[in-house]
Design a protein around this ligand. Structure first.
Ligand SMILES: [Zn+2]
Length: 135
C-alpha cells in the first residue's frame, strides 16, 4: 500500500491526504514531505466498537480524522508538538508533547481509547517503530 501523508497546506490551509503526490489538491503548492520531522500515527482497532470518528489536533490546529486501524504520516517541522485527539463529544486526551529534532526525526505513536468510569479518555502513546503495523 502506498504511504499516506496527512498535511495541512501552509498556503491555503487545506487538510488533505496525499497518496502518491506531494501537491496540495486545492492550490497545487508543493508540500514538504521529508526534509523535516515525521509523526507516524496509528489508530488501534477498537474492541469496544466505537463508531465515532477520532479527530487529530496538532498544536491546536485541526488535522482531520483518523479511521479505525488507519495509519497516517504527518510531516511536521522540528520542535515540540502538542498532540490532541478527540473522539466524538469526548474531549479528554492525555495530550502528549512530542519533540521532533534532527536526532529524533521520526516518532511513532498509537492512538487508543481507555474506558473510564465517568468518561472515556483518548490516549496517544509513543511506541517503538517496530511495533507499528505496515502502512
Ligand atoms: Zn493548498
Amino acid at each position: 500500500m502506498a504511504e499516506k501523508y496527512r498535511v495541512k497546506c501552509p498556503v491555503c490551509g487545506t487538510v488533505s491526504n496525499l497518496i502518491g503526490t506531494d501537491l496540495c489538491p486545492r492550490c497545487s503548492t508543493k508540500m514538504d514531505l521529508g526534509s523535516q520531522g515525521m509523526l507516524h500515527v496509528y489508530r488501534m482497532g477498537n474492541f469496544l466498537g466505537f463508531a465515532s470518528g477520532f479527530t487529530i489536533y496538532i498544536d491546536h490546529e485541526k488535522y482531520g480524522a483518523i479511521g479505525n486501524k488507519e495509519s497516517l504520516l504527518i510531516p511536521l517541522p522540528f520542535g515540540p508538538h502538542l498532540i490532541h485527539v478527540v473522539c466524538g463529544m469526548n474531549r479528554k486526551c492525555n495530550d502528549p508533547v512530542f519533540t521532533l529534532s534532527p536526532e529524533d526525526p521520526y516518532i511513532c505513536a498509537k492512538i487508543f481509547m481507555l474506558p473510564g468510569v465517568f468518561q472515556n479518555k483518548t490516549n496517544v502513546e509513543r511506541v517503538d517503530p517496530a511495533s507499528m503495523p505496515p502502512m
